[in-house]
Design a protein. Structure first.
Length: 111
């Protein structure tokens, strides 16, 4: 029987577990960690007047951050049609990615 792959929490407790992971599992865990890192790099959402985070707030991610969350390179991210609804044009040559829409897409893909 195949043992389940360790989670990021398991690896945080015992990094030596990573030594025997397959390439596919390593990539999946790395993509998850990069996605978390991209979110943590964003400044905190300012609280609204009642002390709670603003529900309508939607951060705009760079292509690099969005690709990391999806576990892809930037060219791979842009080439996938599934991610196009999350891409927001801010200017003539400036694109960003809606974090909220990207998270919905990734949740639907099971990533």
């Amino acid at each position: 029987m195949v043992e389940p792959a360790p989670t990021l929490n398991d690896l945080a407790r015992d990094p030596a577990l990573a030594a025997d992971l397959s390439a596919a599992v390593r990539l999946r865990l790395l993509a998850t960690a990069e996605g978390i890192a991209a979110v943590l790099r964003q400044p905190p959402t300012p609280p609204s007047h009642n002390g709670e985070a603003q529900a309508g707030h939607d951060d705009r991610l760079t292509a690099e951050q969005a690709a990391a969350m999806a576990g892809l390179t930037v060219p791979q991210f842009y080439s996938r049609k599934v991610f196009r609804p999350a891409i927001v044009k801010l200017g003539h040559r400036t694109l960003r990615v809606s974090e909220r829409k990207l998270r919905r897409i990734l949740a639907g893909l099971g990533a």
